[in-house]
Design a protein around this ligand. Structure first.
Ligand code: SAM
Length: 217
């Protein structure tokens, strides 16, 4: 399974996630990102060409070594200051309140302990820091949801832990973020049979502090 997830899967992903529509979504998502930025689940670096000049430094984390091998070409081509780290989002070594923005594109579906990763993202963001996300997840249509629940065990096996049925809005709100922008829609080119894969959550969430955190900060 290691050969599949470290060698074969990164190549499948790189091909399947570089469509012009997905590139358009990446560009739209990243246009307001600025300052010190953390990208969770950097993958093969497909977001790199779309980071604006307002980014001071990008720290990119991904636990899969096969992904970073494929990202090398894009890393060589960028003029951005990028530090890549082979790390899981659930346990980040960065200090509290480090980043102005965190970016997650099609990643929250794949992180095994996504609640823990969102707590880490919240911790490393500065107060009022923003999480920019575009993610696929649980559809609003019950019929599609039923298929997403049925197919998730297979999807997890063939797509390196990817869940089809995560409610991204709920996960982000439960992690103490407030959603300043949220759109939910099917990807424009989604044929009916692929609705299970194509339901997107796109938006920006701001780090909020609990009352206790506000008093002690
Ligand atoms: C579907 S890919 C998306 C890659 C990239 N974000 C993109 O937009 O092309 C999901 C990514 O999440 C990464 N991932 C899986 N588990 C993770 C974890 N625990 N922490 C951070 N990233 C993880 C995978 O290695 C993979 O690169």
């Amino acid at each position: 399974m290691k050969f599949y997830s470290d060698v074969i899967f990164p190549r499948i992903l790189d091909l399947s996630m570089s469509s012009s529509l997905m590139s358009q979504y990446r560009q739209q998502l990243l246009s307001d990102v600025e300052g010190d930025v953390l990208e969770i689940g950097f993958g093969t670096g497909l977001n790199l060409p779309y980071y604006p000049k307002t980014v001071r430094k990008l720290t990119a984390v991904d636990p899969n070594p096969g992904m970073s091998d494929l990202a090398q070409k894009r890393l060589k081509e960028t003029s951005l200051d990028v530090e890549t780290c082979q790390l899981s989002g659930e346990s980040l070594p960065m200090g509290d309140n480090t980043f102005d923005c965190v970016v997650s594109s099609w990643t929250l579906c794949s992180i095994p302990n996504v609640d823990q990763a969102l707590r880490e993202i919240h911790r490393v963001l500065k107060p009022e820091g923003r999480l920019f996300f575009v993610e696929h997840g649980l559809s609003s249509e019950p019929q599609v949801q039923a298929w997403q629940n049925r197919l998730t065990p297979i999807q997890k096996r063939i797509a390196d832990g990817c869940h089809l049925n995560r409610n991204i809005q709920q996960l982000i709100e439960e992690a103490n973020f407030s959603l300043s922008q949220l759109e939910e829609f099917y990807m424009e080119d989604t044929p009916k049979v692929f609705k299970v894969f194509g339901y997107l959550y796109r938006g920006v969430a701001t780090k909020t502090l609990s009352q206790a955190q506000t008093i002690y900060s």
